[in-house]
Design a protein around this ligand. Sequence first.
Ligand code: HGY
Ligand code: MN
Ligand code: MN
Length: 404
Amino acid sequence: MLNPDRFISDLHSLRQFGASGIGNGVVRPAYSEADIAARRWLANQMADAGLRVEVDPMGNLFGLSEGPSLLLGSHSDSQPEGGWLDGALGVVAALEIARASRAAGGPPISVVSFQDEEGRFGVTTGSAVWSGNLTQSAADALTDHQGIPLRDARNAIAEMVTGTVDPSHFSGFLEMHIEQGPTLDTKNERIGVVTEIVGIRDVKVTFKGEQNHAGTTPMHLRRDAFQAVSAFNTLLNDRLRNVVTPTTVWTIGHINLHPNASSIVPGQASFSMQWRDGDADRLNRMEKIIRETAAEIAEKNAMELSFGPLLGLEPVEMDPKLQASLVEAAEAVVPGHWRKMPSGALHDATNVARLMPVGMVFVPSINGISHAFEEDTSEADLVAGLQVLARAAGVHPVGSSPVG
Ligand code: HGY
Ligand code: MN
Ligand code: MN
């Protein structure tokens, strides 16, 4: 049987690694001390559950059941300011279901916590390498915002590495995750059966102008890199209007002004340009507009323009059979309080979908908040999600009575 109390207690134990800020916040970026300590704790829990622990060269942590098995899991690294459930929920739920499955004599369940899903170095880099979406050498060359290459960062986990893990062990992948958006919360529903995951593009853009004195440099003589970013952002919002839909998103989330000083006209601005949509063609059209608009602004503002490597993942559909299992389980556990929905957030399931059938199930995020210390979900919804995931994974009995 599932043990909901142990499940909730494990979530709080995992939160201790990198516990920060207000409420249930965590700071547990890939390969940080907190991340590695969390992976050690998870490895011990997996071993105690009777699973064979393996860690691949990227630091993806697996708890393997004997023979062919269904893989359940998510990631345990966090954003620079993250919530206690983003990723961690799917890993701890997988662990609890693996325990219940072994106690019930099957079906065989394996567990995974992927590394750097939050993209300290790129976009879902751990599962991207494991799935063959990204080569190890390309991943190793990626750097974080401080310029640290992934090659150096992953040395911190080297002593845990046991070798590669063959994806052919697994018949499919199921991931439980918080919605990280407002839909379930505002519609007062408790479970989301994911139909598809959006695609993403992410590129670093740099404008290089001229550093100069903020007092003596007349406005008409300036080559101010921040002004170029500001003009680019305004023009881009206008240019994208006829291409995007109400669900398309684009974000400048990180900006590095050089030299970032009050009395110096910034000579250089490097920023992250990220966009997401469910349609690959629209993502490509947006890329063209972004590149053309940046070139136009560079020309007008006498800036040098450069782009970093373009990172991205294509939109992906969830497996119909796994969706059907999740629908049956949702109707059994929370009858009438679930919906089918797309995912606006990226997940490891996108990469794993290259290798095997994948399915995802969401639980609500209170006020739709995520990637923030305030991220939270009610315990009752967490347990409902656990029961839906277990039932869809064929692990019974899971207490088919609807949870309160
Ligand atoms: O950004 C994302 O969608 C994911 O949480 N890393
Ligand atoms: Mn996540
Ligand atoms: Mn996230």
